[in-house]
Write a protein of this length. Structure first.
Length: 124
């Protein structure tokens, strides 16, 4: 399976995105289909397909995504009111782009639980 996703094309500027943050190892941009008044995606520039593919050596990089979330929340003024960061994994988690990303959602009181119209599975 090819590792190339739409997010690689956003990193290389082959396709446009509304980029709000960039550094050597991460990029953040507005989600094309926002689920809250603020809906940003924070991605590593290194392509890692899913949480299941995160290696021990990626620990610092993945932690950095949360540091970026915190910086954006402070810079955009919603850190105190609150926000949610979510990383979906594979089909049951709702992942559709196979390049790990934190969803950063803010600007509205968010709901819980996160599922709708699905029956629980036997796990474990
Ligand atoms: P996932 O479902 O994998 O957790 O999240 C993927 C997210 O990427 C979705 O919220 C979707 O709206 C967003 N997305 C998919 N394609 C594009 C795109 O081309 N540009 C941007 N900005 N967001 C995208």
């Amino acid at each position: 399976m090819s590792n190339t996703t739409i997010f690689d094309k956003i990193i290389s500027r082959e396709i446009d995105a509304d980029i709000v943050y960039e550094d050597d190892s991460a990029l953040a941009f507005k989600d094309i289909n926002p689920q809250a008044p603020v809906h940003l995606l924070i991605i590593p520039k290194k392509p890692i397909a899913t949480i299941n593919d995160i290696a021990e050596d990626d620990r610092e990089l993945v932690g950095h995504l949360f540091v970026v979330a915190r910086k954006i929340a402070q810079q955009h003024g919603f850190a105190k009111d609150g926000y949610r960061v979510v990383m979906n994994c594979n089909e049951d988690g709702g992942q559709s782009v196979y390049h790990i990303h934190l969803h950063l959602l803010a600007g509205q009181t968010l709901g819980w639980p996160p599922y709708a119209n699905s029956a629980p599975k036997q796990v474990g």
